[in-house]
Design a protein around this ligand. Structure first.
Ligand SMILES: [Mg+2]
Ligand SMILES: [Zn+2]
Length: 205
């Protein structure tokens, strides 16, 4: 099977700076160092990138759809300058009490992505900075990758190990740039080889 190369990224704390009071406007959408360049490198290596993000600020009335669209327009403008692009943003607009099926750690967003692109999620790495990201990824069958930015930035090695223990098989990277380095290097190593791999990046055909 030849399928599209796709990576699912969390947004806040993975691509841009997280804020305790929510990212509410384009001005508050500030990329993490190296993150946009990392996405561009992924794209250049043939990977499509989509976001899967909880945006409960919508459900809580902290910002509206126009603001969310403006944030993503700014993001794609900044990315375009680096030669990269996010193909689509899948978001959960609900507040926790809405009990929806798309709010991570539930896998709803990943399943939507799998359906939209017709991909086997076993070959789609999911990258995030919090336990609920990798729980959502794992529940959907994605290989999971934790980055030590955002929510993970203040954690020590033991605390990160505690998170990983809850989602076995998760690989840990310093940041999105380090994840991209590892993915591209892994792909290079596989070139010329065939068969299954269980390296945590999924299977490339
Ligand atoms: Mg996050
Ligand atoms: Zn939802």
């Amino acid at each position: 099977m030849n399928q599209m190369k796709l990576v699912i990224l969390d947004r806040d704390g993975t691509v841009n700076e997280d804020r305790d009071d929510f990212v509410k406007s384009p001005e508050e959408w500030v990329p993490l160092p190296g993150a946009l360049e990392a996405i561009a490198r992924l794209n250049h290596a043939g990977w499509h990138t989509v976001l899967a993000t909880n945006q409960s600020g919508l459900g809580r009335g902290l910002f509206d759809m126009a603001s969310l669209n403006a944030m993503h327009a700014r993001m794609n403008q900044m990315l375009a300058k680096q030669g990269g692009r996010i193909d689509a943003v899948f978001f959960c607009p609900h507040a926790p009490e809405d009990q929806c099926e798309c709010r991570k750690p539930l896998p709803g967003l990943m399943l939507q992505i799998g359906e939209r692109y017709g991909v086997d999620l076993k070959s789609v790495p999911m990258v995030g900075d919090s336990l609920r990201d990798i729980q959502a990824g794992a529940a959907a069958g994605c290989p999971t990758h934790l980055v030590r930015s955002g929510k993970c930035a203040p954690l020590d090695d033991g605390q990160v190990a505690d998170i990983v223990r809850k989602v076995p098989g998760t690989q840990v990277h310093d940041d999105l740039g380090a994840f991209v380095d590892a993915l591209i290097q892994h792909e290079r190593q596989l070139r010329g080889l065939s068969g299954e791999t269980d390296s945590g990046f999924g299977r490339f055909d």
